[in-house]
Design a protein around this ligand. Structure first.
Ligand code: ZN
Length: 428
């Protein structure tokens, strides 16, 4: 029997109302005990004093690019990046090539992730075949093969009756339907947020309403059809207000926010000298929207922190702003950014950080984990709140380097990540 004793860390697990110094005993991949001064006989002992010990982080929204775009990222490099970011589990979006719209692709992704052996990877199946927004995929078969949600992320299901049937069909399998809320007839896929900055810069732009109108429709359909709606990367004040009201009415809706929408505004496009690492969809918004996201983070409207990790090859991003693809990488910077900007500064309690990184996401997609429970898989994240780091994209495990946070000096870093009691990352 393998035994590991993690000794003397501050264990923070709001799901169990736990916050205090404790030891964690892991036996054969499971958490066998949490308590004070546990017996270390025949165990490998790891000193966690001065560190925070959290239930493993779960990211509901990543793009791992395999199959089809391995030059951007692979399941292996993505799972390594996840482990380095403290995420013991990530959910992989369906916009691969071929699209994950069939159980054979779903199973293949799940198998590849198991072989990779770093963080757990849960596949997300496409809502519609080929993500064309027309014909529903076989939700039940994909769920059997390992899918934990359905999403056409990257595209909105523009046809209302298709989305209505998707929500109805998903109830049969209790699968959340994750929506990329963007009315493309309004957004035109503009390169940045529409406002004073876009006018000044003369770039093509998309209004915040392209998102909130799509959110309003999807919430309305969720009330009509039932089911569970999850709003991806919510970014506008109006969207969070709509979600807050819907939750109060009892609609089964959850939502996520990304670190870049929390910590950057559209001014960053200019400030960075049109760095294409700031080109993301939904776009970086204005100050009012960012303030509303922070409020929603604290009042519980936002359920999860998700990175929308979107790796691109350097050559693809090394073009003019209008032509560059949308997306940035976030797995390896999310926890440090969140800790440095919000927890260290006292704006968000550390327990709320754990909720957003672990408990909230686990509940949204009904995933294992989200808390430290005796007898369950030993998935946990050890965090060093005092570590000083500088974001260095060259050191990323991810194959991609497209981050707008390069050079940022942050306090707090993931020290180690464990999946089923196995160390999958240790900070060098
Ligand atoms: Zn999206």
């Amino acid at each position: 029997m393998t035994r590991l004793l993690l000794r003397g860390g501050r264990v923070v697990d709001p799901a169990a109302r736990r916050d205090g110094i404790a030891d964690l005993l892991v036996e054969n991949g499971r958490l066998s005990r949490i308590g004070e001064r546990l017996d270390a006989a025949s165990a490998d002992v790891v000193d966690a004093s001065g560190k925070l010990v959290f239930p493993g982080f779960i990211d509901l929204h990543v793009h791992l690019r395999e199959p089809g775009f391995e030059y951007k990222e692979s399941i292996l490099s993505g799972a390594q990046a996840a482990a380095a970011g403290g995420f013991s589990a990530v959910c992989a979006m369906a916009n691969t090539d071929p699209v994950n719209d069939h159980r054979t692709v779903t199973r293949w992704i799940a198998d590849r992730a198991r072989e990779a052996g770093f963080s757990r990877v849960y596949p997300i199946g496409a809502i519609t075949k080929g993500m064309r927004g027309e014909e529903l995929s076989e939700f039940g078969e994909m769920k059997e093969a390992g899918a934990v949600a359905v999403s056409d992320d990257g595209r909105w299901v523009a046809n209302g009756s298709v989305m209505r049937r998707a929500l109805e069909y998903a109830t049969l399998f209790d699968l959340p339907v994750a929506t990329h809320a963007e009315d493309e007839s309004l957004s035109g896929r503009g390169a940045m947020n529409e406002g004073r900055v876009s006018t000044r810069l003369g770039l093509s732009a998309q209004p915040a309403e392209a998102e909130s109108i799509a959110v309003a429709r999807d919430l309305t359909l969720c009330e009509l059809a039932g089911g569970r709606l999850h709003v991806c990367h919510v970014s506008t004040a109006r969207s969070v207000a709509l979600i807050r009201e819907a939750k109060a009415r009892g609609v089964r809706v959850t939502c996520e926010v990304t670190p870049h929408h929390l910590f950057l505004t559209d001014e960053e496009v200019a400030r960075s000298g049109f760095s294409t690492a700031t080109k993301v969809n939904p776009p970086l918004r204005g100050e009012r929207d960012v303030a509303a996201l922070h409020e929603a983070l604290l009042d519980g409207t936002i359920d999860a922190l998700a990175t929308d990790h979107a790796p691109h090859h350097a050559d693809e991003k090394a073009v003019d702003y209008e032509s560059a693809p949308f997306g940035l990488v976030g797995l390896e910077t999310a926890a440090s950014l969140f800790h440095d900007r919000l927890v260290r500064t006292g704006r968000v309690p550390v327990a709320r950080m754990v909720e957003l990184f672990s408990g909230g996401p686990a509940r949204a997609f009904s995933l294992p984990g989200g808390g430290l429970v005796e007898g369950k898989d030993a998935d946990f994240t050890v965090f060093d709140p005092a570590a000083e780091v500088e974001v260095d994209p060259r050191a990323f495990r991810s194959r991609a380097r497209n981050t707008p946070f390069a050079g940022a000096r942050l306090t707090g870093a993931v020290a180690a990540t464990y999946v089923a009691g196995r160390e999958v990352y240790r900070r060098p």
